[in-house]
Design a protein. Structure first.
Length: 313
């Protein structure tokens, strides 16, 4: 069986062709968010067809296609429910009809964090587990939950997905979601610039000369001894840890898998979060294992190819 997984992100769109649970070909195209998703679909279709041509001798199409989208999605009607900052027309599109008219094969749509959860569960750090919380730390903080071997979706398809919008500081800043003191307002890439530039230490900090401040810069400058970078790094790790305390108290998993761009520094971050969780959760230390994602680059693609396979059998 040959299924296609597509992971649609804000910067790149990753595609993979999976045969019998093995990734046998992949492609990456730029998201080019100035375009609408409607205008991008023909390019995605070409990339799918190229993958099929390269990987499947003599076959014209895959057996099923799965697409992950970075927003809340209705995985029953296969519609995007909420607008994402990029591809703002996605909630108006009938992607199932697009796949049906282009290839005539089964289609599944899912939230991107759930896709990564499925990929890490089936092929990565979560193999053999039945209770997993997955967190992605990148531009924002995403999450998804597996309980008793079932992906949690809930009545409105948001269950487990809003880890970045749990309140960790009820006297905190206003969030872009309308909330106050969400985890993302304390520690995410999109608040770093304002956090640094509004800090009293900014004029003495080596960060002040940078055109853009991202987490790579925070970790680099912290390692070089910059006081502001050290404070932001430690505050961020503590905020993520506080969010994960909330998640494990809510969902009681065996393991927490963490991936995303910031986890390039996972060797430093994972032990700090593990220590915080061991010290500050209700169940005894050692109950919750914090793990680095195994292959986060391909987790979404593998998860969607797996889900597409389920749509056939
Ligand atoms: Zn929020």
């Amino acid at each position: 069986m040959n299924t296609i997984g597509i992971d649609l992100g804000g910067t790149t769109i990753k595609l993979g062709l999976v045969r019998d649970h093995r990734l046998i070909g992949s492609k990456e195209i730029l998201s080019d968010a100035s375009k609408s998703l409607q205008a991008k679909l023909p390019e995605i279709a070409v990339a799918v067809d190229q993958l099929v041509e390269e990987c499947l001798d003599g076959k014209a199409k895959p057996d099923a296609i799965g697409l992950a989208f970075p927003s809340i999605v209705d995985s029953k009607s296969m519609r995007v429910l909420l607008q994402y900052v990029k591809f703002a027309d996605a909630d108006e599109l009938d992607l199932k009809s697009w796949v049906d008219q282009t290839w005539g094969v089964p289609f599944v749509l899912e939230n991107d964090a759930r896709a990564a959860l499925l990929g890490e569960w089936q092929y990565g750090a979560g193999r053999g587990e039945e209770n997993i919380v997955l967190c992605t730390i990148g531009t924002g903080f995403g999450s998804a939950v597996l309980i008793d071997g079932k992906v949690l979706r809930g009545a409105h398809f948001v269950a487990g997905n809003l880890g970045g919008h749990m309140v960790v500081n009820f006297k905190g800043d206003k969030c872009n979601c309308g909330g106050i003191g969400c985890l993302e307002t304390e520690a995410s890439s999109w608040v770093l610039e304002s956090k640094c530039h509004n800090h009293p230490l900014i004029n003495e900090s080596s960060l002040s000369s940078l055109a853009n401040i991202n987490y790579r810069a925070i970790f680099d400058h912290a390692e070089a001894g910059d006081d502001l970078a050290i404070e932001i790094r430690e505050n961020s790790i503590t905020a993520w840890s506080a969010g994960i305390v909330n998640l494990v108290h809510a969902f009681d998993p065996d393991i927490v898998i963490i991936g995303g761009g910031v986890m390039r520094r996972g060797q430093l971050i994972i032990p700090s979060i593990q220590k915080h969780i061991d010290q500050h959760t209700w169940p005894p230390a050692g109950t919750y294992k914090i793990k680095l994602a195994h292959d986060f680059t391909n987790a979404g693609v593998m998860g969607m190819a797996y889900l597409a396979r389920q749509a056939i059998v």
